[in-house]
Design a binder for this molecule. Structure first.
Ligand SMILES: [Zn+2]
Length: 145
């Protein structure tokens, strides 16, 4: 029996992709708590007369405070984090970045897998585009109003 080399390569590639996806799933399960956003240090002026922050000569602002900023469902959110919680929040922000990286990789691999499974035609040799390159570009400029 003859094996189509292209088919064998396809099977190997899919197995390889699935192995990496499986590793990503496991890594995701091991992640601790996550939170999107970033923490920055903020100083504030309360504005009360006679307060150190209102000193005309040497104003000393309050803080630093840890400010957490993130965007959720398109809305920017800002909150102050208690100093004793800052480290834990930072840990979650860090874990969130790992989470996103793993998700992005999973998506990338899934697209590659689908490309092999649904969009390749292994029986046909790869051919160069027959249409002229100019057809790839839109001949007219889209007007944006
Ligand atoms: Zn003040």
């Amino acid at each position: 029996m003859l094996y189509n080399i292209a088919d064998m390569n396809t099977t190997t590639s899919i197995a390889k992709l699935q192995r990496e996806i499986s590793a990503i799933r496991q890594a995701l399960q091991k992640l601790g708590p996550i939170h999107p956003g970033s923490v920055s240090m903020q100083y504030q002026v309360c504005g009360r007369t006679g307060c150190r922050c209102m000193d005309p000569e040497h104003p000393r602002r309050h803080g630093p405070y840890h400010k957490l900023a993130y965007v959720h469902r398109g809305k920017p959110v800002c909150r102050f984090v208690r100093a004793d919680c800052a480290d834990e929040i930072k840990q979650r922000l860090h874990t969130y970045k790992t989470f996103r990286k793993l998700m992005d990789r999973w998506i990338e691999l899934s697209i590659q897998q689908a490309q092999i499974e649904f969009f390749n035609s292994p029986n046909k040799p790869k051919t160069k585009r027959t249409e002229p390159a100019s057809s790839l570009k839109s001949p007219r400029k889209k007007k944006r109003l």
